[in-house]
Design a protein around this ligand. Structure first.
Ligand code: SAM
Length: 211
């Protein structure tokens, strides 16, 4: 597994972009093509590593996987994992980054993809906050459809009252209203090791699908 050549976050490194609609795969293609990925940790975040290390492997879906570092890490530990991204450039980048493990990365739209076998864990990082706010209700419905009772939605949530994006921050109350009908919150704390783009607003949370 090799780290991406990420020029993001370096002063003066922001390129000019032609695309502005984050619901369009072309938006993300352009950013991956230009190596502008301020969200990309280049490895596995600590909260997730601790969480997954304490669990038995289970079928896992990583939607909007980008370079797919966590999916590659799970795969290397024997987890059945499907990582999806609807941007062809993101998929190509992940396959370069992950090497042979890149076979677990599929080009697919989260809202049209059903994993086989069914997932028991959905890992969230910088995916919900990449979606235009109008798509949040569809996200809430889809994670509830995909997970069986007891299944977990775990990961990083970008919570704040500010507007604009991506990343699109969400008030904490809005996230609760979105997920609480189908999930109970079983773990919540400030994330550790956030990148500058998420700093102070990134939260590690685990939600369990209700029966
Ligand atoms: C901000 S990046 C985060 C990537 C990765 N999760 C990470 O933490 O590095 C958001 C990713 O979600 C993908 N994406 C956005 N909408 C999607 C959709 N409807 N289905 C699948 N992937 C999507 C984008 O192509 C992009 O790679």
């Amino acid at each position: 597994m090799t780290k991406s050549d990420n020029t993001a976050g370096k002063p003066g490194a922001t390129p000019a972009f032609a695309t502005r609609n984050a619901a369009d795969p072309a938006f993300w293609d352009e950013r991956f093509e230009k190596g502008f990925m301020p969200w990309d940790l280049g490895g596995v975040p600590a909260d997730f590593e601790a969480f997954a290390s304490a669990m038995a492997p289970c079928p896992t879906l990583v939607p909007g996987c980008g370079n797919g570092w966590e999916a590659g890490w799970l795969h290397a530990r024997g987890w059945p994992v499907a990582a999806i991204d609807f941007s062809p450039e993101a998929v190509a980048s992940a396959r370069r980054a992950l090497g042979p493990a890149g076979a677990i990365v599929h080009e697919a739209d989260f809202f049209a993809f059903t994993p086989e076998p069914a997932c028991q864990l959905i890992y969230e990082r910088a995916f919900l906050c990449a979606l235009p706010p109008a798509m949040r209700a569809a996200y809430g419905r889809r994670v509830a459809e995909l997970l069986p009772p007891g299944g977990l939605l775990a990961g990083y949530f970008f919570l704040d009252e500010t507007r604009g994006g991506p990343p699109f921050a969400m008030p904490e109350a809005e996230l609760r209203a979105l997920l609480a009908p189908a999930f109970e919150l079983v773990e919540a704390r400030a994330a550790t090791g956030s990148l500058p783009v998420f700093a102070g607003r990134e939260h590690w949370q685990v939600w369990r699908r209700r029966a």
